[in-house]
Design a protein around this ligand. Sequence first.
Ligand SMILES: *Cc1c(COP(=O)(O)O)cnc(C)c1O
Length: 228
Amino acid sequence: MSTIADNLSTLAGRIQAAAAACGRDPASIQLLAVSKTKPAEAVREAFAAGVRDVGENYLQEALGKQQQLTDLPLTWHFIGPIQSNKTRAIAEHFDWVHSVDRLKIAQRLSEQRPANLAPLNLCLQVNVSGEDSKSGCTPEDLPALAAAVAALPNLRLRGLMAIPEPTDDRAAQDAAFARVRDLQDSLGLGLDTLSMGMSHDLESAIAQGATWVRIGTALFGARDYGQA
Ligand SMILES: *Cc1c(COP(=O)(O)O)cnc(C)c1O
């Protein structure tokens, strides 16, 4: 079985190759280690291998791991669906939130962000696959949402996040990620972050401008329970 350190070095190679293929500086692409369903010890092992940014989808699970890892200087990212009653804990315990798709949630995060902490870095999740069941605001609603969120205090709107419908077809992957990049450009807000690309499609995401790739399976192995 490969270790997390082996997996991380394989991923660094994939990121470098993908960056080289499109003439980007690999340093402009950061790896977010997605540890949902994995124990705190796995995150500790990833830290020892060089990981500094950790993404979690479920609040209670994340808070439990944070308590076991207070000795490590990790940056915590919330990347899962957000219910209103979870915003206070998210505002208090995370540095980034990638999955905001409603103004009400952003307003609560802004109000509840503790004054002694830096502004909460925030990405708006946009749905570019058009499935009703998916999280994310529609491309049509994005400009008004982005303008409203950009005006809130205690938050720093950084960019967009997307989870396109999974496909092995590279052209389809490229089209979806290019759509996200074009939406970001068309906002004209000077945003610097595109959170897109997972274990199976990071090459395409990097070719289309990803600055965070969110990697679970390819780093930690198959998940033990739950789902993507
Ligand atoms: C689980 C998850 C990931 C990681 O997916 P992998 O395919 O395991 O790399 C990335 N982003 C989000 C939002 C997730 O929920």
